[in-house]
Design a protein. Sequence first.
Length: 202
Amino acid sequence: MARYTGPKHKLARREGVNILGKASQSLERRLNVLPGSLGRRGRRSRPSEYGLQLREKQKLKRIYGLLEKQFRKNVLEAQRMSENTEEALVQLLETRLDNIVYRLGFAPSRPMARQMVSHGHIKVNEKRLNIPSYKVKVGDKVSVSEKFVANEINKKMIEDNQLEVLPSLSKTKLTGELKRMPKSEEIANPVEYQLVIEFYSR
């Protein structure tokens, strides 16, 4: 499956916010410096309406680690759903298996969560799945394979993760469950979803 493999700090600096899903002191110091040889500190020009929509779209897409084709598919699907488009988009992105693994604290970042899923270290209802984009359903139980946690380094990585579990999820040690669909107000993404939706409605 295609994915971005370039420097992630560069993407975060371009958006001006930490989109990595984990704390990074070196990144926080450089967020006000645009990527490039000159840095252009503090010289972010005022964008047009289209520019604002584009930046919010790029920001949200990069937070979840998706490429354009896959992200666009999620937005268009959300627009076709009967419920509020913003809520639908939040649910489609948040119920991806790789994101659920990250939200449950089984991985310190979404790229790591995606790798765990791709390598077959994650089970859904006791069945091994290796599809990061799989949509987890309410009531599904997500767990880490015994082989993965048999490694002390991996086990310690999970135990040391202090990420707070969302209200829509429940977790007991190495197993988590999607209790209900997440709500937009519970997701602390620094993104204006309406601008993202408007970008694809042009």
